[in-house]
Design a protein around this ligand. Structure first.
Ligand SMILES: [Zn+2]
Length: 498
């Protein structure tokens, strides 16, 4: 029996108890990245919170299958986008073909996606793999009278629906209707302002790069159709949870529902999970603002990607989160303190310490010893695991989950129990505290060498300050000769044994 699980369903605008279509199983769809540019840390926040949701569901006893698309065709964030094909713009900017661009940014996306501890979806499908499926869905929508051809394009006819703005309250519907009227560039082929393109043959962009044959002429699919088709291809006619950022609610998810349910003739997805924006001091993070702050950039600046994950987990997914380097620096301190505490716990348990000394490189072997320790107080462990399940199943309260992590470290119980609970929580938090504690050499270093290192780092800092780079470099070499490598990071100089 799975643990009771509730979260906010954007469709009903309430926190609902989650009841999947099939007991114990969850089919989940995630809108994937558009691969003409880097995904910024705000995009990655969305994927971290989705990862927490999946792992929380698994922790509570559900079996989750997740599908994600890769938008590697065109283009648009909405039909209102003007200007040029973004994939083509990327290709021109970087002197590459569009498919090279898509491949490059797909790899860059997954590098950052993986680095923050996310589990990859079971199915990842590029849109360009599914052109026949898109064409089929458009054909059926035309047959059923939900779509029409005009000016060379195929449009979805929103006037055929009882309720197009499914996510919105009455007041929001008014505002959206006004917004649509004001924002959208006049497309005279549309019957209704909210109609959207299913298949383009008349590109707004003169040199649209990727085109395919279709019954309506050579062209390319609209953006929304991707997610409906790819979801149905792998998850069937009913899905449990559809995820995305709040940006996707309108028009993307609204349009996905319109076309999917018209195509299927029945309800499609029960629960809609949306995470909020990451802002910087200047406002919402955006791809179009020039220099893009990515997880890789954070790494280059010396930040551990899991520290960024820790930062995200301490805030609720439905609230906007403000990013600053000051806050991230505080998170580094907090994270390092947690690692030190875990190190001390490892040192405090003789058997675990022996395993850690023997298996420096093999975290799995040490985790085995922790999990099978005879000294674990099972009652305490169970009590904490239940509290943890209650927190994460209560609208994904990750900050409460982090509080429980601090609580177990302070709890009145032995080291083996604490480590077993930290390991258990990490199934969802994925902060790898135990792995970091094992990798940290500073705990069992000879105190004399440690004093020498500290002194050398201070001497080097003084030399650098005096612009005496020859001495600074010499000190670095001196350390290296003793097997100590130093790195300059935002949080100061870090050293490790090599
Ligand atoms: Zn989507």
């Amino acid at each position: 029996m799975a643990h009771k699980f509730s979260f906010y369903n954007t469709l009903s605008r309430t926190i609902e108890e989650f009841i999947p279509n099939e007991e114990g199983k969850v089919s989940m769809y995630t809108c994937g990245p558009t691969v003409y540019h880097f995904a910024h840390i705000g995009n990655i926040r969305t994927y971290i919170m989705q990862d927490a949701l999946i792992k929380a569901l698994e922790y509570c006893g559900y079996d989750v299958k997740r599908v994600m698309n890769i938008t590697d065709v065109g283009h648009l964030s909405s039909d209102a986008d003007t200007g040029e094909d973004k994939m083509l713009a990327g290709a021109k900017r970087e002197h590459k073909t569009v498919m090279e661009i898509a491949d490059f940014y797909t790899k860059a996306f997954f590098k950052d996606f993986d680095a923050v501890g996310n589990k990859r979806p079971e199915v990842i499908e590029p849109a360009t793999n599914c052109i026949p499926e898109f064409i089929h869905m458009v054909e059926v929508l035309l047959e059923k009278g939900y779509a029409y051809v005009a000016g060379g394009n195929v449009y979805f006819d929103t006037s055929k629906l009882q309720d197009y703005y499914v996510f919105s309250s009455a007041i929001e519907k008014e505002q959206l209707a006004v917004g649509v009227r004001d924002d959208v560039e006049e497309d005279t082929a549309k019957k209704n302002k909210t109609d959207f393109v299913l298949w383009f043959t008349k590109s707004k962009f003169e040199d649209q790069a990727l085109k395919w044959d279709s019954p309506w002429g050579v062209g390319y699919p609209g953006w929304h159709i991707e997610c409906s088709c790819i979801s149905m291809k792998h998850l069937g006619e009913y899905i449990d949870i559809h995820c995305g950022g709040v940006d996707n609610i309108f028009p993307h998810h609204t349009n996905e529902i319109a076309q999917s349910e018209s195509y299927l003739g029945h309800r499609w997805c029960k629960y809609w999970f949306h995470s909020n924006h990451l802002n910087d001091r200047a406002g919402k993070m955006s791809k179009s603002k020039g220099a893009v702050l990515t997880v890789s950039v954070l790494q280059e600046k010396g930040y551990d990607p899991l520290v960024y994950r820790f930062f995200c987990l301490q805030s609720h997914y439905r609230k906007p989160l403000e990013f600053s380097f000051e806050v991230l620096d505080n998170t580094v301190t907090a994270y390092n303190n947690l690692v030190k505490k875990v190190e001390a716990l490892i040192a405090a348990d003789e058997k675990i310490k022996a395993a850690a000394d023997q298996n420096k490189e093999d975290i799995a072997a040490v985790l085995e010893v922790i999990r099978n320790s005879q000294d674990i107080d099972e009652n305490v462990k169970k009590e904490f695991e239940e509290k943890f399940a209650d927190a994460i199943s209560n609208d994904l309260n990750t900050s409460m989950a982090v509080t429980l992590l601090y609580d177990i470290l302070k709890a009145d119980t032995n080291a083996a129990t604490k480590l077993a609970v930290v390991d258990s929580f990490d199934k969802v938090l994925s902060l790898d505290l135990i792995g970091h504690a094992l990798a940290d050499d500073s705990a069992d270093i000879d105190p004399e060498l440690e004093a020498f290192i500290k002194d050398a780092i201070e001497r080097r800092a003084a030399a650098k300050k005096a612009k005496d780079f020859t001495t600074a470099d010499a000190i670095r070499d001196e350390l290296l000769a003793k097997g100590v490598e130093i790195k300059d990071t935002r949080e100061g100089v870090k050293w490790s044994l090599v």
